[in-house]
Write a protein that binds this ligand. Structure first.
Ligand code: GLN
Ligand code: ZN
Length: 765
């Protein structure tokens, strides 16, 4: 039998973001739900057919979602908090959207469920909230409907679900409490999965894929037992359908022995991330005779061509242990763009090095064919020869000046003087700010008009001068508005930027850009990361003119706004021929030049966003420092170490899940940090308190991802919660990040409430 090919999941937003557009249209009232459903069905059909035509054997279904697959899983299990159910929508889709985005209207007023990053990706999932295990039951026909839909189109799919272990590990109780995995809960959840398995058996499915990425994390006491008891129950219900236990983003060496004994028909292993450990576990514990190893060889998280020789070597390594090997994508392809087709802006010479989702399908098929080929057939294979040619020789032009500068760095370049406490005192005097100073994270709503003007500039329909005048007018209006509502530290609004990473990439040497390589970030939000293609350096000042202009228009302190090196790298497609550490150092030097130029231009407060620093923290604790923080934190210090003591350096981070690395965040040696907090719980405040955190901090006081407007009282309450844990002298008041994605209609009233709340609290101090 020839080697089976399996795709873990496929991007669902659409080649031209069709799903985004139709859903956002629905939210705005421009089209109805029927139109959303029609587009969704078209996209699913197209994606299934693409995979079928590429010769993929196990094509996923139920990898589609209107918002997020973990939210779908919660709804499938009827894990829907009462406050959303009480809104009593007619359609399950509206309930889903209210959980994902909050709701404010004639049916009621509820905030959204928290959102968190999906492992080490920039994809965000909705955190399920489980009020009690009593209501758990099979509550949706979505997986079955999609299976039947594909079947009617002539595609027998492999349904995909997030598994019960990962679901339970990511879910929270009411008030963000940790769940107790008691017997009632475990049985209830296992029973639903068993029922699902039974239904798919009736429907004629051959494989069911259960994704358990949480298995690649360190185990807490009880985890292995939890996993075992869930799956013992589920697998007991197994009839004809084969069950593939799929893992990704790391290795499962610490539980492989248990998994192997449970009797799965397939075990999916990531052979990119966690390669050595996974291979070692397989050879140490063997593979049960009825089990097929799904070798995850096609990277689901990069955009580079697969190296066939490497993949074939990995398949061979598994074949030393078992003959039952299938080849698979290492993770879902959700995290890569759709296709390189149409990327005419990138020279063909460069583009041939890239493989997005569609191209990865062909790679998967070719690897499977080659895995079955004899040595002679391989020698004669044009596909293998063409692939080999891509990896022979260097493909990236090095810049010796960059290498030299990096090599010349000394320990002093990473240390800012004087000590922070002294700086903070000097800054307080120099800046003359009140207690609880108010500010925002940088961007303001990017209206249609702003985006239209940028498009016109790109197409050459307006001159650069006309565009600059337009942006200046936007900045003027934004400053005026901020002054009117009484914010303390102003921002220029980031109107000139399409995106906080792409904008910098475009102004640095060493990057390539795509037209349409969008990747889903959360819900309908997509990002288009640039590609690091060569050594990085700054060609000329990037933001200085804009910040200086903005400062010239106000008496208030104007905050300069930059993106930090770790974030630029994490939100780009990095090179694979040199280390991330090396690339980050190059970026840090480029941004350091920009910081010093801003300072020289009279900017007294400079924010260097490290929005994505937390995101790439390795999943295993033992890797945290050696594989990441030991170079990521110094890279940030390198960026700002040469500024004057009175220049205030801010940083910003998305998501406040850094209780465990709070000291590392402090070690970045920024003067102030703002972070996104309003959708998460505030345990980070305990960590700040306990660690004697020195950096001044602004935990976001309201959620900007939701269209609802917080009341002044709500924000005041929030501030008091913060003051319970933090010294008032260290507290800043700001919203969460990303105002760019909101409309003016909700932004300004919300900020008015924020300023009023800060003033009210100040008055009572
Ligand atoms: N300065 C950016 C903004 O305000 C930060 C965005 C982010 O945190 N992702 O939009
Ligand atoms: Zn952020």
């Amino acid at each position: 039998m020839s080697t089976l090919t399996s795709v873990s999941g496929f991007p669902r937003i659409g080649q031209n973001r069709e799903l985004k557009k139709i859903i956002e249209g629905y939210w705005k009232g421009a089209n109805d739900l029927a139109a959303v459903k029609a587009t969704a069905a078209e996209l699913r059909a197209k994606h299934w057919k693409l995979q079928q035509n590429a010769g993929i054997d196990l094509i996923p279904s139920n990898d589609f979602s209107y918002f997020d697959q973990l939210l779908d899983t919660a709804i499938l299990l009827n894990v829907i908090p009462k406050r959303y159910e009480r809104l009593a929508f007619e359609n399950q889709e509206d309930t889903l959207f209210s959980m994902a985005r909050g709701y404010q209207g004639d049916k009621g007023d509820v905030t959204a469920l928290p959102m968190k990053k999906w492992f080490t990706t920039n994809y965000h999932y909705i955190v399920p909230e489980l009020e009690s295990s009593e209501g758990i039951k099979l509550n949706s026909t979505k997986p079955f409907d999609e299976f039947n839909e594909a079947k009617a189109l002539g595609v027998l799919t492999k349904p995909v679900l997030i598994g019960p272990y990962t679901f339970l590990k990511l879910a929270r109780g009411a008030n963000a409490q940790k769940l107790e995995y008691d017997k009632g809960l475990v049985n209830a959840v296992a029973a639903v999965y068993a029922e699902v398995l039974g239904k798919f058996n009736e429907l004629g499915a051959q494989w069911l894929q259960l994704d358990e990425p949480y298995l690649v994390l360190d185990k807490e006491p009880g985890d292995v037992e939890l996993f075992k008891s869930l799956y013992t129950k589920i697998l007991a219900a197994k009839a004809g359908v084969k069950v593939l236990l799929n893992t990704y983003f790391g290795h499962i060496a610490d539980i492989y022995e248990t998994v192997n004994l449970l009797g799965f028909d397939g075990i999916g292993l990531d052979l990119n991330e966690g390669r050595e450990e996974n291979l070692e576990a397989v050879s140490k514990y063997g593979v049960a005779s009825e089990t097929t190893i799904f070798a995850g060889v096609i990277n689901g998280r990069n955009i580079w061509r697969n190296n066939y020789a490497t993949s074939l070597g990995l398949v061979d390594a598994i074949k030393q242990v078992t003959a039952n090997v299938a080849v698979s994508t290492a993770s879902s392809l959700l995290h890569v763009p759709f296709s390189t087709e149409g990327e005419t802006g990138i020279p063909a010479e460069d583009l041939k090095h890239f493989a997005f989702a569609v191209e990865k399908l062909d790679e998967l098929k070719e690897v499977a064919v080659l895995a079955d080929a004899t040595e002679d057939e391989k020698k004669a294979s044009a596909a293998l020869a063409a692939n080999q040619a891509l990896f022979d020789g260097t493909r990236v032009a090095a810049d010796p000046a960059v290498a030299e500068r990096v090599a010349g760095l000394t320990a002093d370049d990473f240390v800012r003087q004087p000590a922070r406490e002294e700086r903070q005192k000097l800054q307080r005097e120099a800046l003359g700010l009140p207690l609880l100073p108010t500010t925002t994270i940088g961007s303001f709503p990017q209206s249609k008009e702003v985006r239209a003007e940028r498009a016109k500039l790109r197409k050459g329909e307006i001159t650069k001068e006309a565009y600059d005048e337009f942006i200046k007018a936007q900045i003027d209006a934004c400053i005026k508005h901020q002054e009117e509502i009484g914010l303390d530290v102003l921002v220029h609004g980031e109107f000139e930027r399409n995106d906080m990473v792409e904008y910098f990439g475009q102004n640095l040497n060493g990057f390539l850009f795509t037209k349409n390589a969008w990747v889903q970030s959360y819900g309908t939000r997509c990002v288009k990361p640039p590609i690091v293609w060569g050594d990085v350096s700054r060609a000329k000042p990037i933001t200085v003119e804009w910040s200086a202009y903005a400062q010239s228009r106000t008496e208030h302190v104007m905050k300069g706004m930059l993106t930090g090196p770790v974030t630029i790298l994490n939100w780009s497609w990095p090179r694979e021929d040199i280390t991330h550490e090396e690339q980050t150092k190059q970026l840090a030097l480029a941004i350091r030049d920009e910081v010093l130029d801003l300072e020289a231009a009279g900017i007294k407060v400079i924010q260097i966003d490290e929005a994505a620093l937390r995101e790439k923290l390795p999943l295993r604790k033992s890797d945290w420092h050696v594989k990441y923080l030991d170079w990521a934190v110094p890279a940030f210090r390198l960026v700002h170490s040469a500024v004057k003591p009175t220049t205030q350096i801010h940083t910003h981070m998305c998501y406040s899940e850094f209780n465990d690395i709070i000291r590392d965040i402090d070690a970045m040696d920024a003067d102030v940090i703002s972070f996104e907090a309003s959708r998460g719980d505030l345990v980070v405040l305990d960590a700040i308190h306990d660690a004697h955190f020195e950096t001044e901090a602004g935990p976001g006081v309201y959620d900007i991802h939701s269209p609802r407007i917080p009341s002044e009282q709500e924000i005041e309450d929030r501030i008091y919660e913060i003051l319970k844990k933090m010294n008032v002298e260290k507290v800043w008041i700001n919203p969460d990040c990303g105002l760019k994605t909101r409309g003016n209609a909700e932004t300004w009233p919300s900020l008015e409430h924020l300023v009023a709340a800060a003033k009210a609290v100040r008055a009572k101090l």
